[in-house]
Design a protein around this ligand. Structure first.
Ligand SMILES: Cc1ncc(COP(=O)(O)O)c(C=O)c1O
Length: 409
């Protein structure tokens, strides 16, 4: 029977041969490709200056540098996020200060933020990273008001939010600057890579100049990421996944192993740019141009799947909340429930792969003693969340199967 994986790697038909022929083009055509991708991204955003970078986390570091944020400063980071974010803060010598999130939206809790901003500290807070986790916009109005009153910069983390809107405004253009991520699992996949978006010319100029000084990614490293991405793309096709992926994952589970840690250990390093201090290559731009053109249709498929599946969830499985008037980008559909393992195992009876731990309480990873109790909501969401498949390769039939499986538990 066909299996439904929790996620797929987005690639379009013929992409590998497109990328190979791009690799053989002349240098002048290569330069034009990167500019074309930049222009396409700016058109998608509707405004602002877009600068492609080797990874979202590199973009974050360069934004900090452009604002002179460094040693002696602090930056507020949500506790429920990717480890690369506090690491980017540390790379410029600043200190990450964690803030708890809300249990409903999994985004920064404005009340917790206010308490943190008003504490006396040796290292002044210079910026707040406003993350739109899984594509749900955070409360930008509340965060911006708190920061404006204290002369603190709001930076948006749009790694998951390429199509999100906060109160009608495109996420990425509300704060001073934003980063986007194009790592293989993202809605736009350029096999690593990211974008800085800002309306501020001095930030864009700084990031552009700094990126110019960086080397191109090595062809061998980029080639390896494309091959691993392509293998994952094949492996997560429902027909293949049902016969190969699911049995492997079930085997790992019954042997006491865990699919996510095995993936993180053996596969993830092959999909990411380990040396992120590189420029954005023309080959990545070629992939990004076509993927961006397809974004409208892939996003409407994600939205349709999320809407239908949410309507079928039983009352004890609560989907991530979106603020009234906001538009979710549905990078992931995440829900919380008191007994996530039971839900995962009920769905696996229907050969549907529901994930656990789609994001961690980073504060607890860094400080296992205090992190869980100091950031109780981030810890609660971490422990109770599940990730439900909504990727654009799901057919109406697959979505129907997920809905029926949920309505039966
Ligand atoms: C919330 C969040 N922010 C930032 C990043 C960093 O992006 P990148 O992997 O492109 O450096 C990630 C990575 O996926 C992420 O999940």
């Amino acid at each position: 029977m066909i299996g439904i994986p929790r996620r797929t790697i987005h690639m379009y038909p013929g992409e590998v041969s497109d990328l190979l022929s791009t690799a053989l083009k002349e240098p002048s055509e290569h330069r034009a490709l990167v500019s074309a991708f930049e222009d396409a991204f700016t058109r998608h955003a509707g405004d602002g200056l877009a600068v492609p970078v080797g990874a979202g986390r590199l973009g974050l570091r360069l934004i900090f540098e452009s604002l002179n944020i460094g040693a002696g400063d602090s930056v507020v980071v949500p506790a429920f996020t990717d480890q690369s974010v506090p690491n980017a803060v540390r790379r410029v010598g600043a200190e990450p200060v964690f803030v708890d999130v809300e249990r409903e939206t999994y985004n920064i809790d404005p009340k917790a933020l206010e308490a943190i901003l008003d504490l006396d500290r040796d290292r002044p807070i210079r910026a707040v990273i406003a993350t739109h986790i899984f594509g749900a916009p955070c409360d930008l109005n509340a965060i911006s008001a708190l920061c404006a009153a204290r002369n603190i910069t709001v930076l948006e983390d749009c790694a998951h939010a390429i199509d999100s809107r906060s109160q009608g405004r495109r996420c990425g253009l509300v704060g001073e600057a934003a980063i986007f991520s194009f790592v293989v699992t993202k809605a736009v996949n350029t096999f690593g890579g990211g974008m800085v978006l800002t309306r501020k010319k001095h930030i864009a100029d700084y990031v552009r100049e700094a990126t110019r000084q960086l080397p191109q990614p090595k062809k061998s490293a980029l080639g390896r990421r494309i091959i691993v991405g392509w293998l994952l793309h094949q492996f997560t096709r429902p027909a293949v996944f049902g016969n190969v992926g699911l049995p492997i994952m079930n085997g790992l589970k019954s042997a006491g192993g865990d699919a996510i840690s095995s993936y993180n250990k053996f596969v993830r390093p092959g999909t990411q740019n380990a040396h992120v201090d590189t420029a954005f290559s023309p080959i990545q731009a070629a992939a990004g141009l076509t993927q961006l053109r397809m974004l409208g249709s892939t996003q409407s498929r994600r939205t349709r799947a999320a809407t239908q599946i949410i309507a079928s969830l039983p009352p004890h499985v609560r989907a991530q909340g979106t603020l009234t008037g906001d538009q979710h980008a549905w990078y992931f559909l995440v829900a919380t429930t008191e007994n996530p393992d039971a839900v995962v195992s009920a769905l696996s009876e229907h050969r549907i792969d529901v994930g656990r731990y789609p994001m961690r309480n980073v504060a607890a990873l860094e400080d296992p003693t205090n992190g869980p109790k100091d950031f109780p909501n981030a810890q609660w969401v971490y422990e109770h969340s599940i990730q439900i498949p909504i990727h654009p390769t799901l057919s109406a039939d697959h979505i129907g199967r997920v809905c029926r499986a949920f309505s039966r538990i």
